[in-house]
Design a protein around this ligand. Sequence first.
Ligand code: SF4
Ligand code: SF4
Ligand code: SF4
Ligand code: FES
Length: 955
Amino acid sequence: MLDHLKETDRGTPKRESTREVTLQIDGNEVTVPGGTSLMRAAVDAGIQVPKLCATDSLEPFGSCRLCLVEIEGRKGFPASCTTPAEAGMKVSTQTPRLQELRKGVMELYISDHPLDCLTCSANGNCELQDMAGVTGLRNVRYGFDGANHLQSRKDESNPYFTYDPAKCIVCNRCVRACEETQGTFALTISGRGFESRVSPGQDEAFMDSECVSCGACVEACPTATLQEKSVIWLGQPEHSVITTCAYCGVGCGFKAEMKGNEVVRMVPWKDGKANEGHSCVKGRFAWGYATHQDRMLKPMIREKITDPWREVSWEVALNHAAGEFKRLQGKYGKDSIGGITSSRCTNEETYLVQKLVRAAFGNNNVDTCARVCHSPTGYGLGQTLGTSAGTQTFKSVEKADVIMVIGANPTDGHPVFASRMKKRLRQGAKLIVIDPRRIDLVKSPHVRAEHHLQLKPGTNVAVVTAMAHVIVTEGLVAEDYVAERCDPKSFGEWREFVARPENSPEAMAVATGVPPDALRAAARLYANAGNGAIYYGLGVTEHSQGSTMVMGIANLAMATGNVGREGVGINPLRGQNNVQGSCDMGSFPHELPGYRHVSDSSTRATFEAAWGVEISPEPGLRIPNMFDAALSGSFKGLYCEGEDIVQSDPNTQHVAEAMMAMECVVVQDLFLNETAKYAHVFLPGSSFLEKDGTFTNAERRISRVRRVMPPLAGYADWEVTVKLAQALGYPMDYATPEAVMDEIAALTPSFSGVSYKRLDELGSIQWPCNAAAPEGTPTMHIDKFVRGKGRFIITQYVATDEKVTRRFPLLLTTGRILSQYNVGAQTRRTPNNQWHGEDRLEIHPHDAEERGIKDDDWVGIHSRAGETVLRASVSERMQPGVVYTTFHFPESGANVITTDNSDWATNCPEYKVTAVQVMPVMQPSAWQREYSRFNRVQQELLEARRDASESMAAK
Ligand code: SF4
Ligand code: SF4
Ligand code: SF4
Ligand code: FES
C-alpha cells in the first residue's frame, strides 16, 4: 500500500451509542461505544486485524473468514467484523492457530487468482496482496491446475473502469457498496459456490445495466477486479491533495490522487462532511475536461466578431480590455458597462468580480447566474426567515421522518445527497414527491413515494396554498411553535387567507390537476410527520411565481413547526457548485457581500473605507436588464467570467442580439463557449484543479479548493481579475486567494470567523461563522428565526401568462440528467457523453400517438419565442399534455423556445413553463441551421488564429 495515500480503514462503520464498553484486546484495554465491532475496537487499540470482506464504509458481512479472533472463555473463532465488543471481553487477534487458519483461507483465494502481481494495475495498492504478506503465505499447496476463473472475460464497457472477473474474490463489497452507499442495487452475486461471480443486472455488461457509474463499487473493491482505467493507464498515484468537486451544489470533498501534475484519479474524501466518502460519476470520473484539447490557453483579441482572433500576451489583452472599458465609459457614461460572474467560480473570484465592478467600474452593474436559478430562494427565505439560505446539513436527512421533494430531481441533479436520502427512505422515512414528471425517486429499488402529486407545470403556488389550507382547516397547525416563534399578525392574516374555500384542494384541482384526496393525504402526512423536511430545486424557483412558492414553502414549514432542529427544515438544492457562495459574495446588483443592500449607507461606508472608493447607492442592472439596455443602446461593454449566458439564459435570439449590440464583450473561460463566439476579448480561465479558493455548497458549507497543478494558461482566474482592475487603474493587490478571504471575513459579519487556517483545521465550515459560532452553524434558526419572529406571507396563486392554446397545446418543462452538467461545457468534453450524447424531447405516449411521433423521430418544438428540433423519447414519465427536455447541448436550442417571462420579484426566468406545439419534422429548425453556420464561421475564425500563430512560429 502507498502509505502516504492510505487512510486507516477501521473495518466496520462507527456506532453512535451513549453506552460504553471496556474490553481487552491483545492485553490492551480499550473503551468503545456499545455496538462497535471487535475489529473496529482493535483499530482503536492500535491493532489491525487481517480482513478482506470488511471495510468501514459498509456494514459487516462476515464472509472471508480472515478476521477470526479468539475470545477467552468462548469456543471457536468468531469473525471480529461481525462480533460486537462486550464489556470484560479478553480478545486475542494473533495466535498460532489463528495464523494457521488465516493462511489456509489465503491459500484458497490465491489458488484461484492470477499471479501477475508485478504487472497488475493494483500492485502496491491491493488488499489481497497485503493480506498474503500479513498472513505469511509462502506457497500454495493446491497448485493452479484445477478449475479456476483465470480465463474469465473482462468487461470494458464502462468508459471509466474495468471489471476483470479473473481477479474477483467474491467478497461482496461491491454489491454492498452499490446497495448501501449508492442505493442503486445494480449488482448481485450470480451463481453458487465456485460458480459465483459479481454480475451487473441480469448478467449484463456494466453499461447495459442499471449502473450509474458512481464508482462506489470500484472504491470498495479490495483487488484490481474493479479498477479505474486511469490507474491502469497511468499507474498508482504518488501524492494526493484534498479539494472540492466543481460540479453540483452538494460540494463533495475529494482527494485528487496525483502523479506529478497529472491527476490519476479522484477519490471521494471520507472526511468530507457533504459526501462522507461517496461521489457520483461527474465528480469521480468526469474531470478530463480540465486538460481537454479544446482548452483555450492564450489570450486573444479582435475588433469585430467577424474578424479572426489574434493571440496576444496577457498584458496586451488586459490593457486592450481596460482601454475599451474606459473608452466606453468616456463615451456612453459610467453605467454603460458591467460584469457577470458565475456560480462555478470560487468565492474569492466572485468577490473580486463584484469588487472590480463596484470599485473600478464605479457602478453596481454586476450579476450572477444565480439570477437564473435560485434568486427566488434568496428573496423568499430572506423575507420569511431572515436569511437567504438553506437551514440544515445534508446529514440532517438521517433524522427526517417525512421527506417532501418539490421540483427537484436529486438522483440526477444532486446524486450524492440522493443516495443519503434514499438510505433514510429505506430505513422507513416516508416520501412525498411534488413534480410534473415521474422522477426516479417516485419508484426505484426499495424506495417508493407515498404520494406523487403530479401537478401541471406552473401551479406550484396553488398546490402549496392548498396544502396550507388542509393544515389550517384540519387543525394541524403547530400552535405552540407558531405562538412562540412567529409573527402573530402575519400568521393571522395568512391563516384566514389559506382557509378560504377558494384555496381548498378541491377548488385548486382544476388548475393543478392534482386529485384533492391525494393532496389532502400528503398535507396530513407532512404536518403529522414528527420531523418533516422539505427539499426543493429549480422546479420551484424558475417560475413567474418562484419567490411566492419559496415563501409558501417557508409558511408550510413554520406552520407545522418544522424549522430549527435536525431532521426538518427548508433545503434548497443548489444547482451549481457555488450558487450559495456567489450570492453570499455580493454578486447581485443590489447587495454587497453578506446580503446587505447597497442603499444602506453604513454598509457602504464600511466597504468604501476598505476599498478607498465611493460606492453607488443605486442598485445596478440585472442580467436581463443588461440585455435590454444593450439593445436600447445604453449598455455597451461586459466582463463575463465563467458563465455562458448565450446558452444558459432564456430566449437565445434575444441574448445573441444583445451581445451583438455591445462594443466590447470580454469573456474569461476555459473554452470558446457560446458567449465567447460574440466576444472581442478572450481571457483564458483556469479549472478548479489549477487554483486555490473556496466553494460554498447548498448547506452553507465553505470548503477549500486546492490547486493540484499550475494554471495551464499562466494565471488563475482571481489573478486575471486583479490584473484587469490594475489595468483599469484601480489598485488591487493580493498575494494569494487567502488574502482575499481575509478581506471577505473582515467585511462580512457572517464570515468573520472564516479563514483558510480554520478551514484547514475544521475541514469545512457552515456560515454564519463568527464569535457567537466559532465552528460555524450546522442548523439555523434553532431558538428563533434570524429575522426575529418568522413572517408568514400571503401566497395568492396567479396563473402564469404562459397559457396553453390550440396553437401551443403542450407545456414544456426542463431539467438535468445525471451524466451531464448544466450547459455541458465540461461534461460534454468527457466520456459522459456515452450516457447522454444529445438532448431529447420526452413526450407521453398519448401525445406522441396523436401526432404520429415514434421513439427517435425528429420533432419540431414551436413556442411563442422560437422553434427548435430534437429527437423524441416516448415516455410514461410524462403526464399527457406535458413534454420535457434537458439543455446540455448548445445545438439543441432549448433556450430558443423558452420565453422572457420571469419571477415577479427577482427576474428569475420561467424556464419550467413554456407553451409549445410538437410536430414531426424532417430537418433542423431555421435557428439550428443559422447556429450551425455561425458556429462554423466562429470555428474558422479560431482556426485562422491558430494558422496565423503557427505560420508566425515557422518564420
Ligand atoms: S458504479 Fe455505482 S451504481 Fe454502478 S455498480 Fe458500482 S456502485 Fe453500483
Ligand atoms: S469485484 Fe471486487 S469487491 Fe466485488 S466481489 Fe469481487 S473482489 Fe469483492
Ligand atoms: S454529487 Fe455533485 S458535488 Fe458530489 S461528486 Fe457528484 S457532481 Fe460532484
Ligand atoms: S473481514 Fe471479517 S469475515 Fe471478512
